[in-house]
Design a binder for this molecule. Structure first.
Ligand code: NAP
Length: 319
């Protein structure tokens, strides 16, 4: 029979790695399963400035490498494998992967979420070279530049407003002629002198020489194509996408409660519930996949620590 771990962590982003660290330090047997490189969305972030204590100029991958090393130091096992199926409802949980099957008494789900791509031609080439999906992470890099934001919901408008503190001009590009964002947020945006709006338009194509210097927009009503070019003195502009995020939660559908967008609600101790809100022992969710108000490295790491300690307490007889 295969080994039954105390806890298996699904995903090695900041939430999963913090869970691995805390579980390992608590002397639990822990396995972290990750299909790609460690770090999740942070692995593609050039510079992290907002993680407490972070070394100035340090990259996302460097921070993650230290987190991985810390996990290893406390004996968290790590496999690179793609999860195909999970059984979360039995007392002993099973995780089937492309190359094997793993079992544990507890599961910590840390598979994160990803930003919905803008959907324009050449997009992937310019992510991190002008295109970003995180204003909190990257606004500083656009101090005094021109910045464009795609989307019309609360996130797009709020993040655009945040970007006005850095950029000299922020232009929101929305596919319709009215915003989806809450009226109170809209009012503030319309009153902000740095905010501009391009209506009924989508980004069709982006380009440049190494960094983003031009894009074409299509007017959805007239079909007209407009080319936008960077101010020659700037040599580039920023393009931020906020058209929703997509949680990596398909694997768990039907076994745990999710909201209509696939995010997982938990209590303060990261416990998941059955789809109808009933008790589900031994299943926790942490990081960006949770229903939460701030998706950042620091909040994901905090979630991971809480979940691992809850696992430890649930397995100890001194409580
Ligand atoms: P959202 O509300 O789903 O809005 C997505 C926006 O992107 C919409 O304006 C949508 O256009 C646009 N969009 C979607 N697909 C697109 C595409 N392929 N091309 C161009 N535009 C596209 O997402 P969100 O703003 O991330 O917010 C998610 C949830 O979090 C919402 O419930 C929101 O209320 C909540 N939230 C709340 C706050 C707050 O209360 N302070 C802050 C942030 C988020 P259409 O309008 O045409 O559909």
């Amino acid at each position: 029979m295969s080994k039954i771990y105390d806890v298996i962590v699904l995903g090695a982003g900041p939430g999963g790695l913090a869970a691995g660290l805390y579980a390992g330090r608590s002397r639990l047997s822990v396995l972290i399963i990750e299909k790609g490189q460690d770090g999740g969305q942070i692995a593609i972030t050039d510079e992290i400035e907002n993680y407490p204590g972070q070394v100035s100029g340090d990259s996302g991958p460097a921070l993650i490498a230290r987190m991985t090393e810390q996990c290893e130091k406390f004996n968290a096992e790590r496999v690179s494998d793609t999860i195909k199926e999970v059984d979360l409802t039995s007392e002993i949980k099973t995780v089937k992967t492309v190359s094997g099957e793993y079992q544990a008494k507890n599961i910590i789900i840390a598979t994160g979420a990803y930003s919905r791509p803008i959907g324009c031609k050449n997009e992937a080439e310019y992510v991190g070279k002008g295109i970003s999906f995180c204003a909190t992470c990257d606004a500083n890099f656009f101090e005094d530049f021109e910045v464009y934001v795609v989307g019309g919901g609360d996130s797009a408008v709020e993040e655009a407003m945040y970007l006005t503190k850095f950029a000299r001009k922020v232009t929101l590009i929305h596919r319709r002629d009215e915003l989806r964002a809450a009226k109170s947020i809209q009012e503030k945006a319309f009153a902000n002198p740095k905010m501009n709006f391009i209506w009924d338009s989508t980004v069709e194509e982006v380009g440049g020489d190494e960094i983003l210097t031009w894009m074409t927009l299509k007017n959805k009503k007239t079909g007209e194509i407009t080319k936008i070019e960077a101010d020659p003195e700037d040599g580039m502009f920023g393009l931020f996408g906020f058209i929703g995020t997509i949680p990596n939660s398909d694997l768990y559908k039907g076994q745990i409660k999710m909201d209509e967008r696939g995010y997982i609600p938990t209590d303060d101790d990261m416990h998941c519930t059955t789809p109808d809100g009933g008790e589900l022992k031994g299943v926790y969710a942490v990081g960006d996949i949770r229903v939460k108000s701030l998706r950042q490295v620091v909040t994901a790491a905090a979630d991971g620590a809480i979940a691992a300690i809850q696992v430890e307490r649930s397995m100890s007889d001194y409580f």
